[in-house]
Structures are given as structure tokens and as C-alpha cells.
Ligand binder design. Sequence first.
Ligand SMILES: NC(=O)c1ccc[n+]([C@@H]2O[C@H](COP(=O)([O-])OP(=O)(O)OC[C@H]3O[C@@H](n4cnc5c(N)ncnc54)[C@H](OP(=O)(O)O)[C@@H]3O)[C@@H](O)[C@H]2O)c1
Length: 323
Amino acid sequence: MTKAIRIHRTGGPEVLEWEAVEVGDPGPGQVCLKQHAAGLNFIDVYHRTGLYPQPLPFTPGVEGAGVVEAVGEGVGDVAVGDRVAYAGPIGGYAETRLIDAERLVKLPDAIAFEQAAAMMLQGMTARMLLRSVHRVESGDTILVHAAAGGVGLILCQWAAALGATVIGTVSTREKADLAKAHGCTHPILYTEQDFVAEVERITGGDKLGVVYDSVGRDTFLRSLDCLRPRGMLVSYGQSSGAVEPFSPNILAAKGSLYLTRPTLFTYTADRADLQESAAELFAMVEAGKVAIEVKQRFPLADAAEAHRALEARETSGSTVLVV
Ligand SMILES: NC(=O)c1ccc[n+]([C@@H]2O[C@H](COP(=O)([O-])OP(=O)(O)OC[C@H]3O[C@@H](n4cnc5c(N)ncnc54)[C@H](OP(=O)(O)O)[C@@H]3O)[C@@H](O)[C@H]2O)c1
């Protein structure tokens, strides 16, 4: 018998319950993974509240790292004893879990389990945003909302490594300092300053070719105002709440703008894309261009505390749940 966090009804952090669970043997194509750390991500909040519905009951969490304990029939890519990590398949808040082998990537020796659990989802998301969804080039200036967050700090570093100038929004001075130390040249305190006016000032009125918006409801429409004609809004999350429905005519009126709403799960659905994405992330980390610092650690059993902190905007950078 092993333990996991289970959700029997959607709601606040109190619905996260620490329970004994039966894992069973891996089926065809599956492995049994003994986890050393699980990642904390904002999508876990959407699953917990029911914003992204899941069949009940379920174990939340979409990211983890550990050691393969047993393999099912037909598994060839990984073997018992391999150090592996994943981002995607739900069920991560668990000491031990079953998972499809094709969703796993092998971890380089230089990457520790906690570091892997802190970066697989957020790091591959940063790569997707900067390399696939909209290709950022040297000399570009970009806006990253929640720049001191988990995805935010990785985005700032990766974009700076590409030679881009990063403007980033944050809620506190401490987060502004942290973002600045990670490649964000122009942190904006969006709780005090009008970020549209600041973007106009910083760019000398040119505005931007791309805005990365994970905050959603509170920033969405004003993010469009930061774009120059034919610029692209990449809406990839909604930490402040879901974006209200709107007419596409707004995109015309504000300058023939583009809007996309990508998810990493589409961009890594193909195994070759997953492996390429993970390899590029590992290369950035191993080259020292992107530092993954675990800023908060909670015991897995205290996942509710971790959710409270994340939703209260108390966290910065990445958070892991230690098994
Ligand atoms: N599309 C994808 O495939 C994909 C993949 C990964 C993540 N995401 C999205 O990326 C975003 C960042 O995820 P993360 O896990 O790295 O979280 P995070 O950025 O570390 O945490 C969320 C941050 O959002 C900001 N925020 C603004 N208004 C908020 C509000 N009302 N309540 C809570 N937070 C608020 C806070 O930063 P300040 O205090 O500085 O405002 C907070 O720290 C999330 O929206 C997530 O859904 C999307």
C-alpha cells in the first residue's frame, strides 16, 4: 500500500486528501514509477476547482520525477532502475504511480529529481512559447506577465539567452528584484503601475510583436493594447480567472492582431516532439543558460498548503512536493 493525494469533490485546497491507495501492476506499455518529487503547477488548481473538469475521484498533479520500479509488457524505451521524468499525465501527487512509458523521458545525470519536478512542465512550456508558438529572435522586445512565477522565471532567462529584451509584470518589489536577476530588464509592478503605459514608454511608442499572458481575466484585454499592428497575443493561462468571451472584431479594431491559446499537451502529444522539447530544455539547463531553482518545497502530504500559497500569490519561481 502506498499513499497519494486524492480529490473526491471539487473545491478549495481542503478537498486535497492524503490517502492510502492501491497502485497495482503496470499494464501493457505502462511502468510503475517510484516518485521522488512531484511538481506544483497552476493547472493543478484548475483541476482541483473543476475549471478543467476531471472524472471524480482522481489524483491531481501532472509532473514528477523518480525511478522506474517495474515495467509492463512491450515497454522498450525505459528499464527498471532508470531515472525518468514527465509532464502531462494526471496522477502526479503520489508516492508511486502507473504511467504510460511513452510519456517518460530519461533524466541526464546532472539533473536532480527535485529540479526535474520543478521544470518539466514549466520549462517545456517556456520552450513551446518562445520557439514554437512565436519564434523570439535576438533584438525582439517581449512582455511576460507574472514574470517571477514558475513559467515566468524560466521564460525570462530563456528569452534573455536568445538576445531578447524582456519586460515583465510582477505584484511585489521582491518579485521585481527576482525577475530582474533572471533576465527581465524591465519589471513592472502591475499592482501599482499601468502596464500598457509602461510598455509604451519603454518601447518609445513602438509597442510589441508578442505578449505572453498567463494571468487571463485581469490582463487579457489590456495585453492586446501592448501589441503593435499584426502582433500576437499568446494567452496560455488564467491565474486570475477565465477570460470573458469577446468578439473577434476587437482583434481587427486593435490592429489586425493574432490570438492563440496553446497548451503544452498539444505541442508534446507526439513522442518525437516530447523528446525534442525535453532535450532542448535539458541542454539549456546544462549549459547554465536557464537556472532552475526550487523556491518552495512542501511535503507531498501538505499539498493543500502548497495550493493555498500558490493561489495567494505567495510563491515565486518553481515549487515541488517532496515525496
Ligand atoms: N498553456 C500551457 O500549456 C501551460 C503550461 C504551464 C503553465 N501554464 C499557465 O502558466 C501560468 C503560470 O503557471 P505557474 O504554474 O508557473 O504559476 P505561477 O506563475 O508561479 O503562479 C501564478 C502567478 O500568477 C500571478 N497572478 C496574477 N493574478 C493572480 C491571481 N488573481 N491569483 C493568483 N495568481 C495571480 C501571480 O504572480 P504575481 O504575484 O507576480 O502577480 C502568481 O504568482 C498559469 O496560468 C498556468 O495555467 C500554461
